[in-house]
Each structure stands twice: as C-alpha cells, then as structure tokens.
Design a protein around this ligand. Structure first.
Ligand code: P6P
Length: 336
C-alpha cells in the first residue's frame, strides 16, 4: 500500500505484512541500510571539500584503485549492519573474503546475509558524477547457530529476499524491492527523512536509450556489434539515443524511468564481462524484473545463474523487456 508523502519508515511498517518472513528482521535490516546511506550521503556530498576523494594507494580484490570514499562507505555499511543483530554474514566488493558476524551472544543466530557494492562507480567521485550503493539480501541456507559458509553467499539471484540501490545524485534516493514491486524514496537532507517519491516503479516495455561503453566496440561479440549498428540505423523508430554515465546505478535508474537498455558485454579484456554477478547484476536484475523489465547475460536469465565464486563476473544486459529481447535476438543469431 502506498500513499503520497509516505516516509520510508511508515512504508516499511505498513508493508511488512507482505513479507513472508514478517518477523520484523528484514524491516530492521532495511532501516539499517537507510541509516548507513544517510551517513555515506553526507560524506559523498562534501567529498570535494575535504581530502577524502583521493585514492589511498591500495587496490581492492578487483585490482581497482580504492578511493577513500570506497573504504569509508564499506566500513559504514559493515559497521551499521553488524550492530543491528540481524545479519550473520556480509560480502563486499571491497573485501576479498566474506565477513562472519557472530552476533552479541556469539551464537550465529541471525538469519540474513548481505552482499554489496558499497560505492559503485567510485571512479566518478573525483569528477562529481553520481555514484551508488548496491545491496542484495538473502536468508542463510546453512543451519542457524553455525558460522556462515561460502554456500550461504553462492545462492542464485532468484532466492534474493530483497535488493536495492542508493543513488547519490542530484538528489539521494533509496530504491528497493522485497519481491512486491519496486519503490523509490527521496531523501530530504534537511530533515534526514526519505519520502516515497516513486511508488511502484516500472520499466517502460520499450525505450530508445542504449547504454554501453562504445569505446570497447571492436572487442564486443558480433551480436552486440550488430545490435549497436541496429540502434544507429535511420529508421522510423531509430536512431536511438546513446547515454552512458559509467555508473551502473545511474544508467539503470535513468533507463528504468525513461525506458532503455544497459549492456556490459564480454570483451577481449573481460571475457566474462566486468560486472560482478553477486552484488551488482543479481540485485539490479531482481529490481529490473520486479519493475517489469528483464536482465540476462545475453542468453540466460541472470537470476537463474548458479554462482561458483564470490567475485565472479558475468556479461550483463538489463532494461526494458522488448529491448533486452532485441539484444538477445542478435546474440542468438550469431550463435546459430
Ligand atoms: P567502464 C563502475 O566501475 C562499473 O562497475 C559500473 O558502475 C559501470 O557501469 C561500469 O563499471 C563502467 O565500466 O569499463 O565502461 O568504465
């Protein structure tokens, strides 16, 4: 149920009953993400004012230069989630291994695990372009009372109980789903309160925006090359518009509102694509499908992929259903 000017807190309480595990834990978990997002937002919004945007000279498991805000965002979400007695494990793009959380009684009795990219698109920080946090939530599958194992984190995306993102843009928004549609909340920074600004977000079935780094064109599979040329043809419903921010959350958020498709295909440099399955593609795919869109690796539904490694990558095509179908048709024609 949604109503105008509803706050995130009111929304969580009024819709908690829709969640099969309505023990209140998930609500508390979303609330802790809400708090952490406000704290990170405060730092992101003043990044240019203090020496906090520069790289700290270290690299993460992806071999990417860690920006100070990456590290700060990672620590903020981990600390906030750990202190809420709901989560038994956390995996992050910034950490080589997953983190086991015993709980205050050291009994491993918490039921949820969170996987996250704490600050996606962080290379944009120094140029003042919007960045985002992406999170994915599962119930643990190993027995309560025992430490989480890698098995708890390697669940297919179709078992997610919730997923969402925070976009630190011209305004800060929290967009999430618990499997009952997608709702967007905009932060009023003066009050520190999120208000329901985008109820029941829906991907338009079609659109005219394609988002891909065309600098990699020569390395793309032929099917992707053919799709890009299709978008550029002078026809009644084309050419399309190319929009690519280089920040996954921003590109997909815009495409969900306006209609469009985002592609990060395999390339010679990244034969499995660049994006990570567990904490980028799965949560964005859950949101896309809940909003009536579609997400695949060009051939298979993203949410059905069985992960084998914590930081594994996958090619990613996500957006308006008819546009993803079109990309897949070009990919299939090259396979036959
Ligand atoms: P490229 C940011 O590093 C990111 O993970 C996504 O947010 C973004 O869409 C993509 O990589 C950009 O990658 O290779 O086009 O710069």
């Amino acid at each position: 149920m949604t109503r105008k000017n509803q706050t995130l807190g009111e929304f969580i309480i009024e819709n908690q009953k829709d969640f099969p595990y309505a023990s209140g834990e998930l609500s508390r978990l979303i609330n802790s993400i809400r708090l952490a997002a406000k704290m990170v937002n405060h730092e992101v919004n003043k990044a240019g004012l203090v020496d906090i945007t520069g790289a700290i000279g270290e690299t993460n498991v992806q071999g990417e230069d860690q920006q100070k805000l990456d590290v700060l965002a990672n620590e903020t979400f981990i600390n906030t989630l750990t202190n809420r007695e709901i989560v038994c494990g956390i995996a992050s793009e910034e950490n080589d291994e997953f983190i086991t959380i015993k709980g205050q009684k050291n009994d491993h009795r918490n039921n949820y695990i969170v996987l996250m990219d704490p600050l996606d698109g962080s290379s944009n920080i120094d140029v003042n372009v919007s960045v985002g946090t992406i999170f994915s939530i599962y119930r643990r599958v190993t027995p309560a009372g025992t430490p989480v194992t890698l098995e708890d984190f390697l669940q297919p995306g179709n078992l997610q109980v919730a997923a969402g993102y925070i976009i630190y843009g011209t305004s800060t928004m929290l967009v999430y789903t618990t499997g009952n549609g997608v709702n967007g909340f905009t932060l009023n920074p003066a009050l520190g309160t999120y208000y329901l600004s985008h109820p029941n977000m829906q991907f338009p079935e079609d659109g005219n925006i394609y988002s891909v780094n065309e600098g990699n064109y020569v390395h793309f599979p032929q099917g992707v090359k053919d799709y890009i040329k299709y978008c550029q043809e002078e026809k009644e419903d084309r050419p399309y518009t190319s929009r690519y921010i280089g920040s996954l959350v921003s590109d997909i958020h815009r495409n969900m509102i306006k209609g469009g498709v985002y592609l990060y295909p395999s390339t010679a440099k990244s034969p499995n694509g660049k994006l990570r399955l567990l904490y980028e593609c799965n949560p964005m795919a859950f949101i896309a499908e809940q909003a009536g869109g579609k997400a695949s690796d060009g051939f298979r539904r993203i949410l059905d992929i069985k992960p084998t490694q914590l930081h594994e990558r996958t090619p990613f095509v996500c957006g308006s259903k008819n546009m993803v179908d079109k990309v897949e048709s070009f990919m299939a024609s090259q396979e036959s």
